[in-house]
Design a protein around this ligand. Structure first.
Ligand code: AMP
Length: 283
C-alpha cells in the first residue's frame, strides 16, 4: 500500500490507473476506521481493480462549536487496517494541502436536502461535505465511490450532487454495520462513557422495534414515530434531536411508510449527537 499526501501525486496515480484501463474504487473517510469503514473497503476491493481510501478530517464540515479538534484520530492503526484490507492507495492529505491559504470555492446543495434533519442541527455541514467530496472525486477519479447507509442524508445529497454536476462516478451505498448489541458503529462512539454506552442502545432498539412493526404490516408513520419516541424517552440520558420518516430521495416527510422510506433518528447523549436510521427499500 502506498500512502499519498500530495494532491498532485494522487491525481497522477488516478490518471495512470485510468490510462491503464483500471477501475478505481474509492472510500472517503475521516479515519479512526472501524468495521463500518471496512465493509466499504471490502466492497471496493471486490468490485474494482484499484482501491483508494481517503482519510481527511474535513474542517469545512464542522461547525464552530463542534468537535473538529477533539475528533478521534489514529493514523497508525488506520494504516494497518488498510494494509490488511489490501488497499492500494491511502490518500491522507494535510488540511493546508486541501484548503491552502486563499481557498475560496464551495459547493452547496441548498434547500431541503441540506437544511433539514441533520442540516438543521448542523448548519453548513453538508456544504462542507459536498465541497470536500467534489474535491476528492476530482482528485481520485473514482469509477465507483462507496458510502454507508449510516449517513443516509449524506448518501441522498451525494447522489444528487453527482447527478446534477455530471460527476463521473457511480455511487454505491452499503448497509449499516452494527456492534453485536445493535449500536451503529461510529468513530464518535469512543466518546460514550461507561454509563452512556448502554443507554445509547435505546436508539437502535427503537429502530428495531419500528422494523418489527413494519414487518407486521404497520404503515402509519405517526404510530411508528410514537413507539420510537416512547422507547427513547425511557432513557434519562437521551435527548431526542429528531425522529423523522422521510422519502428516500426527496427527504420530504411522509405520513405512511412506502418503498424507499427512511426512518431517521438523531439524539444527544450528553454532548454527543448520535444518528441511526432504518432504510426501507420495500415495506
Ligand atoms: P466517516 O469516517 O464517519 O466520515 O465515514 C466514512 C464512510 O463510512 C461514510 O460513507 C459513512 O457513512 C460510512 N460509515 C460510517 N459508519 C458506518 C457504519 N456503521 N456502517 C457502514 N458504513 C459506515
Amino acid at each position: 500500500m502506498k500512502v499519498v499526501v500530495k494532491i498532485s501525486d494522487m491525481k497522477r496515480i488516478s490518471a495512470k490507473c485510468q490510462r491503464d484501463g483500471k477501475t478505481i474504487g474509492f472510500v472517503p473517510t475521516m479515519g479512526y476506521l472501524h468495521d463500518g469503514h471496512v465493509s466499504l473497503i471490502r466492497a471496493a476491493r471486490r468490485d474494482t481493480d484499484v482501491v483508494v481510501v481517503s482519510i481527511f478530517v474535513n474542517p469545512a464540515q464542522f461547525g464552530p462549536k463542534e468537535d473538529l479538534v477533539k475528533y478521534p484520530r489514529d493514523i497508525k492503526k488506520d494504516r494497518k487496517i488498510c494494509e490488511k484490507e489490501k488497499v492500494d492507495f491511502l490518500f491522507a492529505p494535510r488540511v493546508k494541502e486541501m484548503y491552502p491559504d486563499g481557498y475560496a470555492s464551495f459547493v452547496d446543495v441548498p434547500g431541503r436536502l441540506s437544511d433539514t434533519l441533520c442540516g438543521r442541527s448542523r448548519p453548513g455541514h453538508f456544504k462542507g461535505v459536498a465541497t470536500v467530496l467534489v474535491k476528492l472525486f476530482n482528485i481520485a477519479s473514482p469509477t465507483i465511490s462507496y458510502f454507508g447507509e449510516k449517513d443516509a442524508q449524506q448518501c441522498v445529497i451525494v447522489k444528487k450532487l453527482v447527478e446534477d454536476l455530471n460527476i463521473n462516478t457511480a455511487i454505491k451505498v452499503m448497509p449499516i454495520v452494527r456492534e453485536k448489541d445493535g449500536l451503529a458503529m461510529s468513530s464518535r462512539n469512543v466518546y460514550l462513557s461507561k454509563e452512556e454506552r448502554p443507554e445509547a442502545l435505546a436508539i437502535s432498539r427503537s429502530l428495531a422495534q419500528a422494523r418489527y412493526m413494519i414487518k407486521k404490516g404497520e404503515k402509519a408513520g405517526g404510530k411508528i414515530k410514537k413507539i420510537i419516541k416512547n422507547i427513547l424517552s425511557r432513557s434519562k440520558k437521551i435527548k431526542v434531536d429528531y425522529i423523522e420518516i422521510v422519502d428516500g430521495r426527496s427527504l420530504k416527510s411522509i405520513s405512511n411508510v412506502k418503498s424507499n422510506t427512511i426512518i431517521m433518528v438523531a439524539a444527544f447523549i450528553g454532548k454527543l449527537r448520535l444518528i441511526d436510521n432504518l432504510w426501507i427499500k420495500k415495506p
